[in-house]
Design a protein around this ligand. Structure first.
Ligand code: PBG
Length: 343
């Protein structure tokens, strides 16, 4: 109706001003940078970000992850320097993942709670040098497991309740090392409640839990498994990680995690799951986190290296979309590049 005059006169392009409903011109709110700033609903801040870092044993070790250009595995000495430079850029939260050699892995992930293991020693040192840093760690068996699974394996099956006992020991060991936020990323049933209870019983009432609430069995974890050499030795993770086809299940997981005492609910990966981020943020008042995973980083890096995408603009648009969907916290390998561009 509104544009009838325009089309009736096609292709003479008479000015349609008199036939447009002039009171509704959304472009007015885009007319200048200053006006665009006023109506801008979402901003990503470096304060929203958690930077995942990869740790290896030893000294003077630094190697780039082949499938994640710009991301390195570092020994503690380099890790401490890296954290310092991140903090100077305003990044105040990091998530440290250990890369264990095959020789230290076993079926029950014993190394994960060995108080003398290089990872726990490093966490203690990091917290000592940077007490104001928010230090996060993952609770799952895969980096320490000779099966490469997040849970205990018996006859090709992942045992749920037996795994909880190991996760509990791991969680206590990490809390003792000074971790601020534990991230159970294993997807076993009941682990948030089990870990919360154990922490409280041992006096770790201030140790937070960011539950990997809706963690999907995703292709986008590939580069991360390269970084840690942690791919499953058989099968896949579909009996514990969620089916990418499902969204209602995420609400079930979230309700359980809320009841079991989680402080944050995480959705992972982020970009193919913006609808899940939105529905969890509408359903629950807890802060929602999203893990912008390794594959999501690598695809932008790879396309940018070929000159197919503008790196900064793609990164900013991705992070913005994750925040707009409802995530307050974003775990992202872009954190340092994002922070650098703002300073
Ligand atoms: C381990 C874990 C994974 C990631 C975080 N913790 C991999 C997996 O579940 O196989 C993936 C992170 C990423 O891809 O960046 N439980």
């Amino acid at each position: 109706m509104v544009y009838r005059g325009l089309f009736r006169n096609w292709p003479r392009f008479d000015t349609p001003t008199d036939t447009l409903m002039n009171s509704r011109r959304p472009r007015r709110n885009r007319k200048s940078e200053a006006v665009r700033n006023l109506v801008e609903e979402t901003q990503v801040s470096v304060k929203d970000l958690i930077f995942p870092l990869f740790l290896v044993e030893g000294r003077d070790q630094e190697s780039e992850v082949a499938s994640m250009p710009g991301i390195y595995r570092r020994s503690l000495d380099g890790m401490l320097r890296e954290i310092e430079s991140c903090m100077k850029l305003g990044i105040s939260a990091v998530d440290v993942f250990p890369a264990y050699p095959e020789s230290l892995k076993d079926a029950v992930a014993s190394e994960s709670y060995n108080p003398e293991t290089f990872y726990l020693k490093a966490l203690r040192q990091i917290k000592k040098e940077f007490p104001e840093l928010c230090l996060m760690s993952d609770v799952a068996m895969d980096p320490y497991s000779s099966d490469g699974h997040d849970g205990l394996v018996k006859n090709g099956k992942i045992l749920n309740d037996e795994t909880l006992v190991i996760l509990g020991k791991m969680a206590l060991a990490q809390a003792e090392a000074g971790v601020d936020i534990l991230g159970p990323s294993d997807m076993m049933d009941g682990r948030v409640g089990y870990i919360r209870q154990l922490l409280d019983q041992h006096g770790f009432i201030d140790t937070s839990i960011m539950s990997y609430t809706a963690k999907y069995a995703s292709a986008f974890y590939g580069p991360f498994r390269d970084a840690l050499d942690s791919a499953p030795k058989f099968g896949d993770k579909k009996t514990y990680q969620m089916n990418p086809a499902n969204s209602k299940e995420a609400l079930v997981e979230a309700a359980l995690d809320v009841a079991e005492g989680a402080d944050f609910l995480m959705v992972k990966p982020a970009l193919s799951y913006l609808d899940i981020i939105k529905s969890l943020s509408e359903a629950h008042p807890l802060p929602i986190a999203a893990y912008n995973v390794s594959g999501e980083y690598s695809m932008v890096k790879a396309a940018a290296e070929r000159g197919w995408l503008d790196y900064d603009r793609s990164m900013n648009e991705m992070l913005l979309s994750i925040k707009r969907a409802g995530a307050k916290v974003i775990l992202t390998y872009f954190a340092k590049d994002f922070a650098k561009q703002k300073h």
